[in-house]
Write a protein that binds this ligand. Structure first.
Ligand SMILES: Cc1cc2nc3c(=O)[nH]c(=O)nc-3n(C[C@H](O)[C@H](O)[C@H](O)COP(=O)(O)O)c2cc1C
Length: 200
């Protein structure tokens, strides 16, 4: 079964601003890709690409790395200022609480000089049939007006939920492409299988 939570109307949660969202977090330069000599780039001299992603168990991170190499892009890892718990169930519960309250967890850091990028690959896993709260924080905390946003989304088999609506609502002036999405391993399934083995 998908991990469900009380899904409130998206618009009811948008106005809720978490204290500190824009407060003390630092701006950090994204890691620049090291271009191999002679590598062809499909970008123009003035066009720069950023790959920004959030990943808990690594599925989305692998895709981010591949995009980075293929597009000679810079890489930025989206993180909450206070990391999510290591425990899976605690993370599910916290994410459900945050999403239903419209809470935007403060970001650990912001992209420095976002103006230099005109293309943004945005990656995240589906949490509770929507985008993780920290992705809402990222979208709220960065002005993506005029950017070409290409989402890449992983999920455990239950699809994208309302995540594309979230992106479009929180980046209304961006040009948002259809997403690349794929089913990937679920931590929950791994934990269940290992529990079965350990208790056999
Ligand atoms: C808190 C939490 C909630 C999740 N909720 C869903 C869900 O609603 N639907 C789904 O298909 N997968 C769900 N998953 C599975 C992840 O979307 C999937 O495993 C994803 O590929 C993880 O990406 P990552 O390794 O980059 O973190 C959830 C995972 C976590 C940790």
């Amino acid at each position: 079964m998908p991990i469900r939570m009380g899904r409130r109307n998206l618009l009811t949660v948008l106005p809720v601003i978490a204290a500190g969202l824009t407060a003390s977090a630092t701006r950090v330069a994204a890691q620049e890709a090291a271009s191999p000599p002679g590598k062809r780039s499909d970008q123009t001299a003035t066009s720069k690409t950023l790959v920004a992603f959030f990943s808990r168990t690594g599925n989305t991170r692998v895709i981010a790395g591949q995009i980075r190499r293929a597009r000679d892009a810079a890489l930025f890892e989206i993180k909450a200022a206070k990391p999510y718990p290591e425990d899976y169930e605690e993370t599910v519960a916290q994410a459900a609480r945050e999403t239903s309250a419209g809470y935007l967890p403060p970001l650990g850091h912001f992209v420095a000089d976002l103006r230099q990028y005109d293309t943004l690959y945005l990656g995240f896993p589906i949490w509770g049939m929507t985008a993780p709260p920290v992705i809402r924080s990222f979208l709220r905390g960065h002005d993506l007006s005029g950017k070409h946003v290409l989402p890449f989304i992983t999920h455990g088999g239950y699809g994208l939920g309302d995540s594309m609506e979230v992106i479009r609502a929180l980046a209304p002036a961006a040009r948002v492409a259809d997403p690349f999405s794929m089913e990937a391993d679920q931590e929950k399934r791994t934990l269940q299988q290992v529990s079965g083995w350990l208790s056999a």
